[in-house]
Design a protein around this ligand. Structure first.
Ligand code: HEM
Length: 106
């Protein structure tokens, strides 16, 4: 999918995760989120269009998405332990990572 579509998927799944009432639904949203984050890594933002893979900014963009995946994985560990409330608290970091990276690349 293109980056806009992946970002929309990230937005929908993070919202649905925050509203999830049960562990199964929460887990499902995290799987969707993770796929969209990995798919985003295959695209370049408009701001970085045409830059080669070895470009420093391209590397930083990809590192931002790696951070997002790592955070999704930390949230997933808590969901898998049955700790939905703690998982939702941990998930606040997803928003921090989003905001930091949107400042740089959006
Ligand atoms: C949960 C985390 C995130 C959410 C919910 C999110 C959400 C969004 C949304 C809703 C848009 C607008 C899409 C549209 O055009 O309709 C967007 C755009 C964008 N986001 Fe994110 N985002 C997240 C994380 C990230 C991260 C980690 C990065 C970079 C490392 C990133 C980079 C961008 C860029 C570059 C655009 C503009 C599209 C472009 O230039 O091609 N986002 N995001």
């Amino acid at each position: 999918a293109d980056l806009e579509a992946d970002m929309k998927t990230l937005a929908k799944s993070t919202k649905a995760f925050a509203e999830a009432k049960d562990l199964n639904n929460a887990k499902q949203q995290l799987v969707i989120m993770r796929q969209a984050a990995l798919s985003s890594k295959k695209s370049l933002p408009h701001k970085l269009e045409g830059l080669p893979p070895e470009n420093v900014q391209v590397k930083q963009y990809q590192a931002g998405l790696d951070q997002l995946v790592a955070e999704i994985d930390r949230v997933t560990v808590l969901v898998n332990k049955g700790q939905l409330d703690q998982a939702k608290t941990e998930a606040i970091n997803l928003v921090n990572i989003r905001n930091e990276n949107h400042k740089k690349f959006r």
